[in-house]
Design a protein around this ligand. Structure first.
Ligand code: UDP
Length: 468
């Protein structure tokens, strides 16, 4: 009998990438495939510390040492410098028949595609973001050729016209944050140009989106990628397909979740709470932190805010929160280090999400039917917030401002003044997301096709690395 297919899954080593790729790993194992999930040592340790959920027996972990860096910019440099030879060594050291295929993060494509080509292993890229932002990153070179980037900081509202299908959507300020780098030779800008270009050499593309949300842009991507699997929202597919999963919501978390906030939510009125989280990487100055806190307090709404220990910039961490804010926060606020976000968003007391527009957070909010206030900082977040507010109409965008009166107004708009209008599209898109993961739904079918396609690939190497 042939050995079952064996897939190597290779995420970029950050929370927003590890989580959806680990969820995909679990789904593939559930379908009978063997998976080796390649982590950094650092993330492997954090995953074990944060989630006690037993892993599927077909899932193995392997790790690449020495890639981790505490700061995201340094992490990009480390991936550029260290990753490819270490990944090649790992694949060689695994011995046995070659893996059936590699599913590599779209921003790890350079090393993955080259090692795959050298060793004859098919590579599928998983860009853990929306079709709209994937399409936008694919146009970085065209944006330069057309003179749309670089630009100066004073003209951020000028429209961007050279991305086909998105001509009337973006202003300069809505492009990925790397487009704000004035120097096009900047290594981080070049990192994205090269990784995106290498991604087009993959045999197929996986996207964490669903067909009905982005059909037109997925169709355009079809001109570059012969096969595309839109399989989002992955956390909903996981719950739909593995109904006895012991702990679906923390299984990809690199930080321990504080569940006490769910009890606090139980004591709040229905749809009254603003949930606030800026994800795993965003940083605030002390001034920004205080403006957000004043805005939330002045809105009069109860709020649950994820204040990571490193949320406020280190040099700004002085404890001088005004007494009036402390009192108001104790009255109607709840602060936690890290929350069980999927469960928070699904809680009946939550009525709105003040988010940094990370793509996982956006997809989770869409599924839960919770409208958003978007305050993007880096990467694709600028694109996501624009799509949320202007394309899908499921939120309001306050990018590049965060004074207390704007925060207060945005909260009032979302929770009261514009709520009826925003909730119509939010409920409709949430229904489409839920339908997509049901049997016969587009994401469910795309995952089935991915599994069938992997099973029909030429190699059938069995897993041979040791279980960590
Ligand atoms: N998350 C969480 N608890 C929190 C905040 C975030 O579990 O308190 C999870 C969230 O559910 C999401 C991920 O962390 O899946 C953050 O990913 P996203 O793409 O939104 O942002 P990033 O961290 O990459 O900026």
């Amino acid at each position: 009998m042939d050995a079952p297919p064996h897939v190597l899954i290779l995420p970029f080593p950050a929370q927003g990438h590890v989580k959806p790729m680990l969820t995909l790993a679990e789904l593939l194992c559930h379908a009978g495939l063997h998976v080796t999930f390649i982590n950094t040592d650092h993330n492997h340790h954090n995953l074990r510390r944060s989630s006690s959920a037993p892993r599927p027996h077909r899932l193995r972990f392997a790790s690449i040492p020495g890639v981790h860096r505490p700061n995201i910019t340094d992490l990009f440099f480390s991936v550029m410098d260290n990753f490819k030879p270490k990944f090649r060594d790992l694949v060689v050291s695994m011995g046995g028949p070659p893996p059936t295929c590699i599913i590599a993060d779209g921003i790890m494509a350079v090393g993955a595609v080259e090692v795959g080509e050298e060793r004859g292993i098919p590579v599928i890229c998983f860009r853990t973001q929306s079709a709209c932002s994937t399409w936008t990153y694919l146009h970085l070179t065209k944006l330069i050729e057309d003179g749309e980037i670089p630009f100066s900081g004073e003209t951020m509202d000028l429209p961007i016209t050279s991305i086909p299908g998105l001509e009337n959507l973006f202003r300069r300020r809505d492009l990925p944050s790397i487009c704000r780098i004035g120097d096009l030779q900047n290594p981080i800008f070049q990192f994205f140009v090269t990784q995106t270009s290498a991604m087009t050499r993959a045999s197929a593309l996986i996207l964490h989106t669903f067909q009905n949300l982005e059909a037109a842009i997925i169709a355009k991507l079809g001109a570059i990628f012969p096969t595309i699997y839109p399989i989002g929202p992955l956390h909903a597919l996981l719950k739909a397909q593995i109904t006895d999963h012991p702990s679906p919501s923390d299984s990809g978390s690199l930080i321990p979740q504080d569940r006490s906030c769910l009890t606090w939510l139980d004591s709040q009125p229905s749809r009254s709470v603003v949930y606030v989280s800026f994800g795993s990487l965003a940083k605030l100055t002390r001034g920004q932190f205080l403006e957000f806190l004043y805005g939330l307090v002045n809105s009069g709404k109860p709020f649950l805010w994820v204040v990571r220990s490193d949320l406020v910039l280190e040099e700004d961490r002085v404890d001088e929160t005004p007494e009036e804010l402390m009192v108001a926060t104790r009255e109607r606020g709840c602060l936690v280090d890290w929350a069980p976000q999927e469960e928070v968003l699904a809680h009946w007391a939550v009525g709105g999400f003040l988010t940094h527009s990370g793509w996982n957070s956006t997809v989770e909010s869409i599924l839960a039917g919770v409208p958003m206030i978007c305050w993007p900082q880096i990467a694709d977040q600028q694109v996501n917030s624009r799509c949320a507010s202007e394309l899908w109409r499921i939120g309001v965008d306050m990018k590049d401002t965060c004074d207390r009166s704007t925060v207060e107004k945005m909260v009032r708009d979302l929770m009261e003044d514009k709520r009826e209008e925003i909730m119509k599209s939010t409920a409709e898109i949430s229904r489409m997301a839920r339908d997509s993961v049901e049997k016969g739904g587009s994401s469910h079918s795309a995952l089935e096709k991915l599994i069938e396609d992997i099973k029909s690939m030429k190699f059938g190497g069995h897993v041979s690395v040791s279980d960590k």
